[in-house]
Design a protein around this ligand. Sequence first.
Ligand code: FES
Ligand code: MG
Length: 572
Amino acid sequence: MKAPEDLRSHRWFGGGDLRNFSHRTRARQLGYEPEEHLGKPVIGILNTWSDINPCHQHLRERAEQVKRGVWQAGGFPLEFPVATLSETYQKPTPMLYRNLLAMETEELLRSYPVDGAVLMGGCDKTTPALLMGAASAGLPSIFVPAGPMLRGNWRGEVLGSGTDMWKYWDERRAGTIGDRELAELERGLARSPGHCMTMGTASTMTSAAEVLGLTLPGAASIPAVDSAHHRMAAASGARIVDLVWEDLTITKLLDERAYADAITTVLALGGSTNAVIHLIAMAGRSGISLSLKDFDAIARRVPVLANIRPGGDWLMEDFYYAGGLPGLLSRLTDLLHLDRITVTGRPLADSLAEARVHNDDVIRPRDNPVASEGGVAVLHGNLAPGGAVIKHIAADPALLTHTGPAVVFDNYADLKKRIDDPALGITADSVLVLRGSGPLGGPGMPEYGMLPIPAHLLEQGVRDMVRISDARMSGTSYGACVLHVAPESHVGGPLALVRDGDLITLDVPSRTLQLQVDDAELERRLASWAAPAPRFERGYGALYAEHITQADQGCDFDFLARAGANPEPDAG
Ligand code: FES
Ligand code: MG
């Protein structure tokens, strides 16, 4: 147990020198008497609330409930607004800014008198960003997930955010949906605060945070607008105060076993392919080297049990009622490290002691899984020497072994311009290739990976095709989309060398992705390939371009991912 003099904040407030006097003066300026804060853990509440982030619109109010818990437990809460990464609005993609929020998180925690951190996020990249920064800062930390929004609704039909947007937009392009229906869908797709309620990146990563041991048990599945979410926020605020006294830091929770359990859980959820990149990056901040091979190895022994869209039928609200993440984990106990300690201060097993499953279709039993192996397959081959991924459970099974001629698009603008051009002669057997969309080429690997099906094929009833890119794909998307091809075309990866008509073979059972062009020809093509000019000559973009790693390494900045001295500031 720590004593008040051991608190990090004591260095700011506790001593007798000029600076300590000055810091206490400013606490009075904030309106606090010394007895309200001196000797109490200072809890930094890092809040990604913003008017521009619809998924986090309730977090401004929810921070008040966190503060309630902090006060009740004898701490001193201070809220820090931090950058929000709004998945729908931020361009070219919030992925460009994940590392910026991670840096902001780490440096705020390091430079201010904070003893423990409450991290409030959920919309896609906010979760990995906050956790990467907190892992590097190394303080006691607890994550308050934003919670999924309510189910969407249209004419009594249940809608999933993202997933059904793509689906009905294709129907629109196929001419089966009119203006009136579209206007109704616009109102019904996202109808409450909270992050996407499909098993997209948001639900995947908040669930990963929970199994990593960084949330209170069950926190990640609670719908944003449920009163249980208020209570979870208050309880998280109370718990972080004790975590500080117990000196149970995030560093002590995040070991190799925790990341293995996170991969297991993400796969059993049929989670977003984005998790592959984020977990590699997060583990890197914990000094643990995860590779694509770890995902593939675990995927082969973990069944998909969560029957949630886009890979399944239900939504996060249903998942919560069915028992939530603890319910799912209670069916995976043989695959998890149950003796690991979590933010509760108790083993993971204790978090599952009362877990129950109330609906065997939403959370499947082991003998009736959604898929017998995990939702992500890792591919290698001459087209992806560094690896690529495919969420094969969300694809047409007939396409998982497929050879077809390439139709190549150099970048997203080219794709948008030409995809519906009948002169390209695209058939259902063609393999659509998009390049120029990787970490540098995108930049930020925008979620272009679910390339649109050409309109004439949609009209013929084609709903899936093999698509290959160095982009990412929204976790709410689906289809036979090979993603994260590494190295990307922008740095001269083989994707840069593909030409229209080249045959490409996708073979998911053997985990291969082959361009049927011989090595000598590929070398000739590489010799005449010219690297694109740098896009950014100044600013954050230039920093990003100089330091971003490729997808198979997690897309962190090289200088953030490495170990090394980073001294505590002198608060005197
Ligand atoms: Fe925020 Fe999907 S847009 S989680
Ligand atoms: Mg998304």
